[in-house]
Write a protein that binds this ligand. Sequence first.
Ligand SMILES: *Cc1c(COP(=O)(O)O)cnc(C)c1O
Length: 428
Amino acid sequence: MLSRSKSEALFAAALEHTPGGVNSPVRAFRAVGGNPFFVESAAGARLRTVDGDELLDYVGTWGPAILGHAHPKSIQAVKDAADRGTSFGVPNPAEVALAFRVKEFVPSVQKVRFCNSGTEACMSAIRLARGFTRRDKLVKFDGCYHGHADSLLVKAGSGALTLGNPDSAGVPADFAKHTLVLPFNDPEALKAIFASHGQELAAVIVEGVPANAGLYLPRPGFYELIARLCREHGALFILDEVMTGFRLAKGGAQERFGLTPDLSTFGKIIGGGLPVGAFGGRADVMDYLAPLGPVYQAGTLSGNPLAMAAGLAALDELAGSNGYARLETLGEQLEAGMVAAAKSVGVAVQWKRIGSMFCGYFTDRPVWNLADALHSDRGRFAKFFHGMLAAGIYLAPSQFEAGFISTAHTPADIETTVATAAKVLRGL
Ligand SMILES: *Cc1c(COP(=O)(O)O)cnc(C)c1O
């Protein structure tokens, strides 16, 4: 069992100062019950709580920590950059270096612009698509999360879904009406919307793999259909790789699936643990951005030298260390172990995985979209979550979030995780 006294005291104080005691709602334990713990430090695959407990971490700061926490090369890069100053407000060399690296990793990106979060990246990419096409309407898929910009908080995933408000208050109906939401993996619905609204569509945006309602995968041909219909109707295909970028491969989901989106959005890993977002793609589209073009987008701290240094260090380490092969092997090991564990205790689990991303749904139905995901037994998940946490293993505190393996995880860590899961499942 974990000790909790310092965490509980901090949380009680936080509740007085901050809504719900958290600065991002996904950190609240609402979906599983109880209060979040506070972390003092983290290294490798482990978090150290303020109460001195060590937790094996499968959240990885919600995706960025693909090298584990406090990777020595990232920390050194940030320290070196800090010695030179934390922000200049004029261009710095690391912006050019990271842009070059992103283009090298993701060939569909001919030009890129850095911002400060995945939310900004998606919001800006959509504004750009609207400005470029001179059209207003946007297609997204239910359960996909693209950050918390107004026109994207419509049937959204992640915390919005977990907390039961996928359509946020405060979003004017006049904005939301330009966002058309379709079920994922439904080619007929997609064809129908292009048939009825094809000439009004600025863009279709979709996650590299939908991973904000748990995790499910595109059926073969679905993304190719999106790309083809966009091309035929003059709409832009935006692949949101904020989570999948630099995680599923050097070139993200688009490399894995052989896609060439018009625009891609990035965040999480690209900042190496510091706040960074980016969007990029076709040069003719990107050149519609200010100062060259009519679409405005800006940021006081964009291209921040500390954040650029952290991102560069992370991408270089990933590329140089055979990281992706290691992540795939660990992912296979976890999958095989979890599937066997669930089977041995007779608990119905739909295990979904791609590379180092995973999710187990407590349902006997296959999961291909949000409606399927909603069949999972969330009460059972909550019990599983708390059982794992009590044994020192931290999963995301929601059925509707993906788990992440880092290169700092070891085969022994995975083995412990599987053995613990078998025990916890038996007790459900
Ligand atoms: C996390 C996420 C975002 C939002 O990024 P923030 O940095 O949290 O603003 C957007 N899209 C996807 C697919 C994400 O997973």
